[in-house]
Design a protein around this ligand. Structure first.
Ligand code: CMP
Length: 138
């Protein structure tokens, strides 16, 4: 079944010049880009996006990291999009990510881990709507 996931290329990977290489991997893996923007999260917006992690020990650092520079936000479409994208990016902690995954190739740390990927269809819809209007999501 064709469905959607949401991704961000995080500030570490944008700053390191990896936008093109990461998009190349995403497209070669069979994902279609349905919406995309180069943008910024303020600390307030980053806090809202990651509200589910409020109270976790890494929350404050995560919010300041995610608002430290530009990001790329995108909605991607593919069969089995959420699970296949999580396979493509690898484990949250790049030291535990499989060879060839985006995080193994480009992530710097468990926090500065190059990309975000939604963890469920429900969250993909919520996260896509955080950045994109109905017009862009067509
Ligand atoms: P992401 O998949 O975007 O979801 C939550 C983010 O919190 C995660 O990627 C990391 O960037 C960050 N993070 C930092 N430390 C941890 C941790 N110990 N466990 C999970 N996520 C962490």
């Amino acid at each position: 079944e064709t469905n959607k996931t949401f991704t961000m290329i995080k500030p570490d990977a944008v700053a390191a010049g990896h936008i093109g290489a990461i998009l190349d991997q995403i497209i070669k893996a069979g994902f279609t880009i349905k919406a995309m923007k180069y943008t910024y999260l303020t600390a307030q917006k980053a806090g809202e996006f990651y509200a589910v992690h409020q109270g976790r020990p890494f929350y404050n650092d995560l919010v300041s990291f995610m608002s430290s520079g530009p990001i790329v936000a995108a909605i991607l479409e593919k069969d089995n999009a959420v699970a296949d994208f999580r396979t493509l990016i690898g484990a949250t902690d790049p030291t535990k990510a499989d060879e060839g995954t985006i995080r193994k190739l480009f992530a710097k740390s468990i926090e500065a881990n190059a990309v975000h990927g939604s963890d469920s269809d429900e969250n993909a819809a919520i996260e896509g709507s955080f950045f994109f209007s109905g017009l862009e999501k067509f």
